[in-house]
Design a binder for this molecule. Structure first.
Ligand code: ATP
Length: 202
């Protein structure tokens, strides 16, 4: 298998680029989706969250209320770390289970995991290759405003709480510039896909 980490920043185009790789035959693991899955009622992280933070962080239907939980951990670093200690191991276990499922079917699979905190959390060290989806700050602000309906300040607040994309470049084997049209991005993906296939052959 080839184990690839795909990262970027908020709204830089990770999901968009992941889909383009999927079209070419990569298996995609979306760590945000896996986190949602383990936080579903009855899931491992759900159980841990309820035990630690209480039923106050649940909706009337028993789901994790991400807004309430977000409010609690956004203002309190210690609580954020406590939450991470619950969620990260559950995500890791489910991620590995899904990778094993794919490998049982295809031992040579190219697995691309979309991981927002790939660099910050040090997970990049475990990858065969790292791909960064890059856009300049202005494009990133515009896309986040458009997609999320945020004001410029709201978009800036989100961006400023993250590691700058330019600081992530040195960690990447491949940088895909997603500032242009989707067609241009697809061309860049095609090129990188060729290099991934070369890497697999070596
Ligand atoms: P997040 O991690 O914040 O969910 P992301 O990095 O996965 O975001 P996407 O959801 O792929 O980013 O893209 C962000 C927004 O920008 C989406 O609305 C998407 O349609 C748009 N977008 C992505 N790439 C392009 C492009 N090349 N041209 C125009 N719009 C784009």
């Amino acid at each position: 298998m080839t184990n690839i980490g795909l990262t970027g920043g908020i709204g830089s185009g990770k999901s968009t680029v992941a889909k383009l790789f999927q079209k070419r035959g990569a298996h995609i693991m979306d760590l945000d989706l896996i986190a949602h899955h383990v936080e579903e009622p009855g899931g491992d992280a759900w159980k841990g969250i309820v035990a630690h933070f209480g039923k106050e962080v649940l909706t009337p239907e028993g789901k994790v209320n991400r807004e309430i939980l977000g409010e609690i951990v956004f203002k309190n670093r210690a609580k954020l770390e406590e939450l991470n200690l619950i969620v990260h191991p559950a995500v890791n276990t489910e991620w590995k289970r899904r990778i094993n499922d794919v490998l049982q079917r295809d031992g040579h699979a190219i697995i691309i995991s979309d991981i927002p905190l790939l660099i910050e959390a040090g997970i990049y060290k475990r990858m065969d290759l790292v791909i960064l989806v890059y856009v300049g700050t202005e494009v990133q602000i515009e896309r986040v405003m458009k997609r999320n309906g945020y004001s410029r300040q709201e978009a800036l607040d989100r961006l400023n709480s993250q590691m700058p994309l330019s600081d992530k470049i040195p960690f990447a084997d491949f940088v895909i510039n997603n500032e242009g049209t989707l067609k241009e991005t697809e061309k860049a993906v095609e090129e990188v896909w060729g290099k991934i296939l070369d890497h697999r052959r070596t």
